[in-house]
Design a binder for this molecule. Structure first.
Ligand SMILES: [Zn+2]
Ligand SMILES: [Zn+2]
Length: 873
């Protein structure tokens, strides 16, 4: 049997000639089909009945009903060179075929009760059910599928692809009726119960019994059978491990149906309702996970292949799961084994993470089953502890509480997950291939566990400043790296949302605000107010649209706020998407969808999926170069220096959210882009030094780049250099910009051709001041106390009247600012009043000096006389 959609399509076209032995059958079927078609034609109100019927007969695929049992082939996950990385066979338990006699009646009944209660009466299709579905669809104005019999599901899961087209639905019904002619009800049910996808990669009831209850299907209780039957309709939603409550709701409905349909007695019904099946499922699951060994990467590949088969190729989840686990596929992944090993090494090194004294938490999960008297009881608890020792002590305490004297422990399981947690992504941005990833630290507790790199939606913090503000500003609004904003008190009235008053991360240091600064400085020092002013200027929509272009799928309309560039989102973004967005900057402005596998081959070597990546140009090469240049500054002397390592050109951007609940760092070299996240699974503040994640990034990236040639980032055509004044962003003026009291503010900057400023600096001004007071001279200031001095004069003046006099904002460059008003700012040393006093003082001083002089003269004369007399003697 071949599961390939493509080959089925080929068959569909090929089957024009009908085999003779089916002729009688077809005429019977045709009559029934005619009736069915009339009904359906009424529903859709389309095409002629004859037309539909002919089309269906002509295009039905060929099936050998006697050979419908799917064979299992092991699938392989291979690297790009073809080396086998992983065999996909979750033990052999996921493909154990059981005959119908080995499946207890109550298990069969459970499936029939919920999936197809007239299974034993209908001939493949359930006319009553169709009418019922029609009625519901019309009533609710929807066109959901509905009324698929078990026979139809067998056809659908094993023969047809799951296009939801009208024609395919008819074919399915036709084939279902045909199957009923060739197979007994038991044979059909056996096929169904052996091929249904029952979540967690299991197919069929035996595999599922082993996976969830650790027993054969023949030993399942009524309650347990109903759990399995509950999964079929939607294996993701009703997965009893991940969503026990949803499954339980469904299990209850099934038990009720079974009771109402007379399949179980009232006593059996009540006993089944009381049975605590989910505790046991959890316990078995823990044991299963203990022995599971898929990596985060392989888990993610499986998830991606299944979802691509469903979303892009039109398979059902059952078919897709079937294919992945027993279709004999060859899946070629993008992972680089050496790089992954480096990541794994660094994540296994506990010294890379905040020590026990600092933010460390141990999440304990403890499950225990014990025989108490004649009864088996299950216990379980989860708790966040401050250390591993505390967790272990807590387990002892629980054990003492749970177990009375003489209790016999049957099984015991615990995990201690260290926190803060972390994730890492490494991508070759030239082709979007994910080379390595870490989905968490500590022991990976099972397959398909939560992957923090690809599934966790966390706050990106300041990494969004570049993506949501500066990138779109440069790309769409003609910004340059030299453009200047004033980092000073900034309050925005937001209609209906109060006032927004952003502050800076350095407000606890010497200054609250750093004054006039360029976009380059804004990136280098991760300045909040510059980013907010930028997005206010370019418009939030412009920033939001750019994020969409960069491939973010989890941002929402609610994120369209001024804090967007500060990365305060309603939910968050995945590290994979964040890292890849920076990859688009690195890749000269071309976005490439990140992938974990490149192709999937069928068992026969034909192509099942040839992964096509979305690629698009999201910014000009010049924009990407300018941002790269500014991001290099972050590493050389800005906020990212702790992530730097020698011998490679690097860029980077830090991201820290409120109270350090999320610590993020993303950076790239001329070769790769890497992103790291550190935080608690349940967000909470962290107090360690905030550099651990940058050190881990550095450790990994340094090893990944070992032996690679250091080379500068390529400069594209269309970049030019010009000197500008760094506090105005305009052309420097000799005698002003170079005479700034802090030193010359003339800087060389890169520009996209055509964006070099043409205006001259109008922020620097020259003014005459009195040296003694530092203020403007009065007419009383003596000529020799006057000097010419260079000041700044903001185009938008500061507004000291609005400041809190008790705590005026500390603005770094305020002292260089020319006072906005001349009032009271004149020299207070040389005033008219002071002039009289000064003259008097001068006079008194003169008198004093004269007296002193005379005294000295007299004294000298006396000394001379004394000397004379001495000589005379
Ligand atoms: Zn200037
Ligand atoms: Zn003066």
């Amino acid at each position: 049997m071949n599961y390939s959609k493509h080959s089925n399509n080929k068959k569909i076209k090929k089957i024009k000639s009908k085999s003779n032995k089916f002729t009688t059958l077809i005429s019977t079927v045709f009559f029934r089909l005619l009736i069915l078609s009339i009904i359906l034609a009424i529903v859709v109100g389309a095409s002629s009945v004859i037309g539909i019927a002919n089309a269906i007969i002509d295009s039905v695929p060929e099936i050998n009903f006697n050979n419908m049992i799917p064979k299992g082939y092991t699938s392989f996950i291979r690297d790009q060179e073809g080396n086998v990385i992983q065999e996909l066979s979750v033990g052999d338990s996921n493909r154990i075929y059981v005959e119908i006699d080995e499946i207890p009646k109550h298990v069969r009944d459970a499936f029939v009760a919920i999936e197809d209660k007239r299974f034993y009466e209908h001939n493949g299709i359930d006319i009553k059910g169709i009418f019922r579905a029609m009625y519901i669809n019309i009533k609710e104005g929807s066109l959901s599928e509905g009324a698929s019999t078990i026979t139809q599901q067998v056809i659908k899961n094993n023969v047809l692809t799951s296009d939801v087209s009208f024609e395919r639905k008819i074919q399915e019904q036709y084939l279902a009726m045909k199957a009923e002619e060739f197979l007994t009800k038991d044979e059909i049910l056996e096929l169904y119960l052996n091929t249904a996808a029952l979540a967690q990669g299991t197919l069929g009831v035996e595999a599922a019994s082993k996976r969830y209850f650790d027993k054969d299907v023949k030993d399942l209780s009524i309650a347990e059978g109903a759990v399995l039957a509950g999964i079929t309709q939607n294996p993701q939603k009703y997965d009893p491990v991940i969503h026990p409550q949803d499954n339980k709701d469904r299990q209850k409905v099934i038990l009720k149906y079974m009771y109402k349909q007379g399949k179980i007695s009232k006593t059996q019904y009540e006993v089944a309702l009381r049975e605590k099946v989910y505790d046991n499922i959890k316990l078995v699951n823990d044991d299963f996970q203990e022995s599971s060994n898929y990596t985060y990467f392989v888990d993610e590949v499986i998830r991606n292949v299944i979802s691509d088969l469903v979303e892009l190729e039109g398979y059902s989840t059952t078919q897709a799961t079937n294919l992945v686990y027993r279709g004999g596929l060859n899946i070629y992944i993008t992972q680089d084994q050496e790089m992954q090993k480096i990541v794994d090494d660094e994540y296994a090194n506990e010294e890379n993470f905040p020590p026990f004294s600092d933010d460390y938490k141990a999440l304990l999960r403890y499950d225990l089953s014990a025989k108490i008297g004649d009864e088996v009881k299950h216990f379980g608890e989860e708790k966040v502890c401050n250390s591993d020792e505390e967790a272990i002590a807590y387990m002892d305490q629980l054990k003492a509480e749970w177990l009375p004297e003489g209790a016999e422990i049957i099984s015991e399981y615990h995990t201690i997950t260290p926190e803060p947690q972390s994730s890492f992504v490494l991508i070759d941005y030239h082709n979007g291939h994910v080379k390595a990833l870490a989905g968490g630290r500590g022991k990976k507790t099972g397959n398909s566990v939560f992957n923090r790199a690809t599934q966790a939606e966390r706050q990106p913090g300041s990494t969004f400043k570049v993506l949501a503000a500066y990138l779109p500003a440069i790309e769409k609004r003609g910004y340059t790296l030299a453009k200047v904003f004033d980092d000073s008190p900034y309050v925005i009235d937001m209609p209906g949302a109060g006032r927004y008053n952003p502050t800076n991360w350095y407000r606890h240091q010497k200054y609250d605000y750093w004054g006039l600064n360029s976009v380059r400085q804004g990136i280098k020092w991760s300045m909040n107010i510059l980013a907010v002013k930028t997005i206010f200027d370019i418009g939030i929509e412009t920033g939001f649209d750019m994020l969409k272009e960069l491939g973010f799928t989890t941002i929402t309309e609610q994120d369209k706020v001024l804090a967007l560039p500060l990365g305060g989102l309603t939910t968050g973004v995945t590290l994979l998407e964040l890292t890849n967005a920076y990859g688009a900057i690195a890749n000269h402005g071309t976005y490439i969808e990140p992938i974990l596998y490149t192709k999937v081959l069928n068992h026969d070597g034909s192509i099942l999926i040839d992964k096509q990546q979305k690629t698009k140009t999201v910014m000009k090469e010049t924009t990407s170069f300018l941002l790269t240049s500014a991001l290099e500054d972050v590493m050389i002397s800005g906020t990212g220096t702790t992530a730097r390592f020698p011998g490679m050109h690097l860029t980077g951007k830090t991201g820290t959210t409120n109270q350090s609940k999320d610590l993020v760092f993303v950076g790239y070299s001329p070769y790769y882009v890497g992103g790291i996240w550190l935080g608690h699974d349940k967000p909470e503040p962290m107090y360690h030094n905030r550099y651990y994640h940058t050190y881990i990034w550095r450790n990994i990236m340094q090893r990944v780049h070992e032996g690679l040639e250091d080379k500068p980032f390529e400069m594209p055509e269309g970049i030019t250099t010009a000197n500008v004044c760094s506090i105005s962003g305009k052309l420097p003026v000799a005698g002003l910009c170079d005479k700034d009291p802090r030193g010359s503010t003339i800087r060389a900057e890169y520009f996209a051709v055509g964006t070099v400023p043409t205006e001259k600096c109008d922020v620097h001004v020259k003014a005459k001041v009195c040296k003694e007071s530092g203020l403007f001279p009065t007419e009383f200031c003596p000529e020799d106390s006057l000097e010419e001095k260079v000041f700044t004069s903001r185009l938008e003046p500061l507004n000291p009247e609005s400041w809190d006099p008790a705590r005026p904002p500390r603005i770094k460059d305020y002292e260089y600012e020319l006072p906005t008003t001349m009032e009271n700012e004149y020299c207070d040393v040389h005033t008219e009043e002071n002039k009289g006093i000064k003259e008097l003082n001068d006079l008194l001083k003169k008198v004093g000096d004269k007296i002193k002089e005379d005294k000295e003269k007299r004294e000298n004369k006396r000394k001379e006389k004394d000397l004379d007399s001495l000589l005379n003697d």
